[in-house]
Design a protein around this ligand. Structure first.
Ligand code: ARG
Length: 411
């Protein structure tokens, strides 16, 4: 009789490979592996073969790059999503997508549980657990790495004993995670937040010092909040992102050194490389600044902050995220136009923007001839606008209030 099945999010690395025999030995479960291509450097067929060689009874692979770009990165870009103001949430955005694939395979295979290789200290466990439970509350979540307490050496020993192929690659001092939206790097020397990240920690970006002496300008066309063309070439979003990663990364753009506040309360230091995300968010913000009124921009910033936090916290599939998304989407109707961004030795500077829906009117803004702004009307406006301030100031101040500081003028 065959054992019950568990669907494992499988990367092809040591942890998730060891999890295959471990789940059999300790939980009596047959493992069906699922590997999702979200733009990480992965050979799906090799990963599938390795899952089988490690003992999986089934191995699914999926190219989800387009789905990732259109259903996760595009909504996040419309929201200019940056956790703690700096991190474009590249790793965080991929987790609910992978979770959705795990649930789909679990249903197809009649599995009653899902599993992932996250440790008990990070954010990704929260994201996998919450996204799978939100979509399929009936599924149990099993997390070998939270239970087994093995060191890396012990894992290698366990792998050898259980016939799991161990690749003889030199172990990197860093833990990395990659997808279309960025590369995350932590551990090793980066755990000292005062130490500058060594060049070897970076993989996608050239050091600004070594970047070309001449700047590169990219032109981005947006339609209703989403980029549709790069330098005049129309491209699907999932194809534009790698191109932009390349050109911006080679100009040293997109490095982010972040001491971040994890969901579980730990402060951790992570280094990110997100060249395309940094350029796109900056360009998108610039276009919004041209076409959206002040109050919408201002309120949207509050929404964006909360939205970014929800994604970081693993709450992509939540009623609040969906509701905030509805607001964000509604703001994007007129976010159509073109933005020019200059890339130069690590900086990405917006140098031009235009839109058919621009609220910028030369006749109102100009200080040269042709000014149509009726400056005499400002007196009445300021009289009314300043009324509360005058009323306040005319009140007798309470006795404890600070007297105006003695002026130090000399007449
Ligand atoms: N700290 C990032 C996040 O919570 C990335 C986590 C994965 N990082 C890694 N180097 N494996 O989204």
């Amino acid at each position: 009789m065959s054992s019950p099945k568990v669907v494992l999010a499988y990367s092809g690395g040591l942890d998730t490979s060891v999890a295959i025999p471990w789940l059999k030995e300790h939980k009596g479960l047959d493992v069906v592996a699922v590997t999702v291509d979200v733009g990480q450097p992965v050979d799906l067929e090799r990963v599938r073969a390795k899952a089988k060689a490690s003992g999986a009874v089934g191995a699914y692979v999926a190219d989800a790059r387009r789905e990732f770009a259109d259903e996760f990165l595009a909504p996040a870009l419309k929201a200019n999503a940056l956790y703690e103001g700096v991190y474009p949430l590249s790793t965080a955005l991929a987790r609910p997508l992978i979770g959705r694939h795990m649930v789909e395979v679990a249903r197809r295979e009649g599995a009653r549980a899902v599993a992932h290789g996250c440790t008990g200290k990070g954010n990704d466990q929260v994201r996998f657990d919450l996204s799978t439970t939100s979509l399929a509350p009936e599924l149990a979540v099993i997390t070998p790495a939270r239970e087994w307490g093995m060191t890396r050496e012990e894992e290698i020993e366990y792998a050898k004993q259980h016939g799991v192929p161990v690749e003889a690659t030199k172990a990197s001092p860093y833990s990395t995670d990659e997808n279309l939206w960025g590369r995350s790097v932590e551990c090793g020397i980066l755990e000292d937040p005062m130490v500058e990240p060594p060049e070897a920690a970076y993989g996608w970006t050239r050091s600004p010092t070594d970047a070309p002496e001449a700047p590169t300008t990219v032109r981005l066309e947006f339609e209703q909040g989403l980029p549709i063309a790069l330098d005049g070439e129309r491209l699907p979003f999932h194809e534009m992102i790698p191109k932009l990663n390349e050109v911006a990364g080679s100009n040293g753009v997109g490095r982010i050194d972040h001491v971040e506040s994890r969901v579980v309360g730990i402060k951790s230091r992570e280094v990110y490389e997100c060249p395309a995300a940094v350029v796109l968010i900056r360009a998108h913000q610039a276009l919004e600044g041209l076409v959206l009124p002040r109050d919408v921009l201002d309120f949207k910033r509050t929404v964006e902050q909360r939205y970014a936090q929800l994604i970081y916290d693993g709450l992509w599939f939540s009623p609040l995220r969906t509701s905030l998304q509805a607001f964000v989407d509604a703001t994007q109707e007129r976010v159509t136009g073109e933005v020019a961004v200059k890339l130069y030795k690590g900086s990405a500077t917006v140098i031009g923007r235009r839109s058919p829906h621009s609220l910028y009117q030369s006749a109102l803004a100009t200080y040269s001839s042709g000014d149509q702004f009726r400056q005499e009307m400002s007196e009445g406006f300021i009289y009314v606008w300043g009324l509360p301030a005058r009323t306040w100031a005319a009140q007798t101040p309470p006795p404890t209030s600070t007297a105006p500081r003695a002026a130090k003028y000399r007449a």
